[in-house]
Design a protein around this ligand. Structure first.
Ligand SMILES: [Zn+2]
Ligand SMILES: [Zn+2]
Length: 258
């Protein structure tokens, strides 16, 4: 069985084909998925997916790219996370690629999420782009390691991966690892300890080879696992097993299906 540790099934491209997307998951042995929140206004839709389907879970948080949306405080995140199917806080983090002026509100929002994660004991889903140094620094300052979590859709160097691993974090690979030009990332995928590795689609974005350019969906996380198995010269079953075990160990509030 495979688990998609990060997808956006509430986004219109996937929500409009919910039955088909879930059927495709089943056909590809993608047994479970974590649906990721990006703004509080849409959180009820994410939570509803998790409430309606035993094999889906939800996170709660506000993405660092989202400007002009409801700004969460710690108490609000803690209250929304108090739900049996909400197993993580995020996605949160820093993104200086889309917010080139590196605004202070992004760092404040990130700190808020880390504090909420520590208070709830639910792990963090961290997004970082063009902001690795500040991301690792804030994680240390706010003691993110006490909550644990994952650096999702990882695209950084091995040094950044080490910085996250040292704080007890997991590293999640998306379809980007299947792209021919992702040489440095493929090297990171070879080196991450097997017990810290997760797989994801970040669908509807970033469809892996051989579906590159199409609307991504959780069923295709299999291609991410296949590429990692190839890079590490390991059987696919071993990558499937390890990434699934890691998922349920990290997101311990998610009940593993029998
Ligand atoms: Zn992200
Ligand atoms: Zn995402």
């Amino acid at each position: 069985m495979f688990v998609d540790s990060h997808c956006h099934l509430d986004f219109p491209d996937l929500a409009s084909r919910e039955d088909e997307v879930l059927a495709n998951m089943a056909r590809n042995a993608v047994g479970c998925a974590l649906c990721i929140s990006v703004k509080l206004e849409d959180f009820p839709r994410v939570r509803s997916l998790a409430e309606r389907h035993a094999h889906l879970w939800a996170s709660v948080g506000v993405h660092p790219d989202n400007d002009g949306v409801e700004e969460p405080d710690v108490a609000r995140l803690v209250a929304l996370a108090d739900h049996p199917k909400v197993v993580a806080i995020g996605e949160t983090g820093l993104d200086y690629y889309w917010q080139k002026d590196a605004p202070e509100w992004q760092r404040e929002r990130f700190r808020t999420h880390i504090r909420a994660a520590r208070e709830t004991g639910k792990p963090l889903i961290i997004h970082t782009r063009s902001a690795a140094e500040d991301t690792l620094r804030l994680m240390r300052e706010e003691r993110a390691g006490e909550a644990g979590g994952v650096m999702h859709c990882f695209t950084e160097s091995w040094e950044v991966a080490q910085g996250a691993l040292e704080q007890g974090f997991h590293i999640s690979f998306s379809g980007i690892v299947t792209f021919r030009n992702a040489k440095e990332l493929k090297e990171v995928a070879r080196r991450v300890p097997l017990d810290r590795l997760l797989i994801e689609t970040d669908s509807p974005y970033l469809a892996p080879v051989p579906h590159r350019g199409r609307t991504n969906e959780p069923a295709w996380v299999v291609h991410v696992a296949e590429e990692i198995a190839r890079l590490r010269d390991e059987p696919l079953e071993r990558i499937a097993q390890a990434s699934t075990d890691n998922f349920f160990r990290l997101f311990r509030h998610a009940q593993r299906p029998a």
